[in-house]
Design a binder for this molecule. Structure first.
Ligand code: CU
Length: 101
């Protein structure tokens, strides 16, 4: 009897990770962090404009600007927005942005 119970338990634990993978993958895919190279940031006020433009995109959770590196690191919900939409918002404000390689 104990052997059968052990086999049943092993069977359950073997199945559990398989069913858990899709849910975990979805949770990871829902949020993404992308760093953009941003053009035209010439003075200390430019990062504020870029930050506000990117934060104005629905789904953007956080924007971190590195003025020295001329980059913007954006944390966003992939279900609500995309890197293209965030880059477009920055471009519309006068600061073309592209995903940093
Ligand atoms: Cu400026």
């Amino acid at each position: 009897m104990k052997k059968i119970l052990a086999l049943v338990l092993l069977g359950l634990t073997a199945v559990a990770p398989i069913t858990a993978v899709p849910a975990a993958a979805q949770a990871v895919a829902a949020e993404q962090t992308v760093t953009f190279a941003v053009d035209n940031m010439t003075c200390a006020l430019c990062p504020i404009t870029v930050k506000r433009a990117m934060e104005g995109v629905a789904g953007v959770r956080a924007v971190e600007i590195d003025f020295e590196a001329r980059t913007a690191t954006v944390f966003f919900d992939t279900a609500a927005t995309s890197p293209d939409a965030i880059a477009a918002a920055s471009a519309n404000a006068g600061y073309p942005a592209r995903i940093a390689g």
